[in-house]
Ligand binder design. Sequence first.
Ligand code: GLA
Length: 447
Amino acid sequence: MKRILSVILAAVMLLGLVSCGETSYPDYKTELTKEGFTYSADELEDYAAMDCKIADYDLPALYKYFDGMVSLGVAFTSNQISYFGNKDIDLLQEANDLDFNITKGILKHYNMYVLGNELKSDHCNPAEGVYNFDDGDKLVEIGKAAGAELRGHTIVWHSQVPQWWFKADPNDPSSLQECHQNGTLASREQLTERLETYITELMTHFKDDIKIWDVCNEVLNGTGIRQVSDDSYWAEIIGDADGNGYADDYVEIAFNKAREVGGEDLVLMINDFNLEWQDTKVTAMYDMVERMLRKGVRIDGVGFQSHIGLDCDVEHYRRNIEKIASLSEVYDECFPEYKGNFRVQITELDMNMYVGGLSGQYGFHAWTDEDYQKQADKYFELVDMFLDFADQGKIDAIVFWGTDDQNSWLNTMDGKLRSNAALLADKNLELKPAFWAVARAALKHRK
Ligand code: GLA
């Protein structure tokens, strides 16, 4: 009898745990970092002079330097957090495998998380009626455990987007180019309906958990809305639905639907690359966002991806942020009840170490201490500039596009492998001078 009772009791307890749905995790931010750091300049220099690895327990946490200034973010893929969920903190502290240390590094140093690939629409809506939010759910779980903010990346893009959305017959095996030639692309109504259905499913699923979204990514070419010649079928199909002379109505449709389903509290952003130097694109972005704000489409900010190079002109970049940040005046005028809510975020920061552009170099390269120092100096200058804007309430997040040099998209170009060294830790997870340069820039802005 006693045995039966205890089995029933155990079952009831288990049911209780399952039904309340919340798993409890250790306090990672405390458990992964030794107590007592002062985050002072002297302490920083002591550590910068040592060899440190990203997940060392006796190492200050990078996000702490940025406390009260910006959220410090990082992008990762779901395999980099595959160790997450192991609640045995001793095991977590002792484990020395590279992937495990990346997971720990993410938990320790950053307080804003982004999934690099698995919240893109081709992953989440691979076929009509099929939704795959499992990896997004993992992001939510690790975010909760680490008390991190989450960015949802990304809903509308021309790349990594389900091809079936754009076809009259979703099962048509032809390529989009063939459909275009044969007149068998989806109609404006079909594509709008598929986009709105997807946004409804996505926003409903993540409603309480992901508060910031890149609703649209890379919708501009150098001067205006992307066309078929820029690999995008959005403008070709949905086009200028309201007859105002601009074929960017799909952008409005996406923002309006996301707002309607996700609610007024969400931060809905538009994200793009090359904004740091390409003035024609900055003008196109400014003009489009201004026009949409005046039309009542609430866009809460612009993401500067910031895949920059060692040769980045920081003062040029500053001017371009200034211009886009000045959209806040239009925003405040159009949405006085949300005054002050418009922001710029640095969404995909990394630094290509091949001076003079992205492509053209293949193979493996050994970076010298001097190269690393140049990179650190550039990172300092950049982050210092970003924090000038943060001081004025214009930038509220800086997100790195990866944890370490081994895990970076810049190691592959045009499908070929090469080495690059774009991030704050090297491929063995040793901290680079850039890590400390970024921390130094933050200390400079400490009040
Ligand atoms: C773009 C996208 C990102 C990512 C990077 C390369 O910047 O916005 O999602 O794909 O390219 O990794």
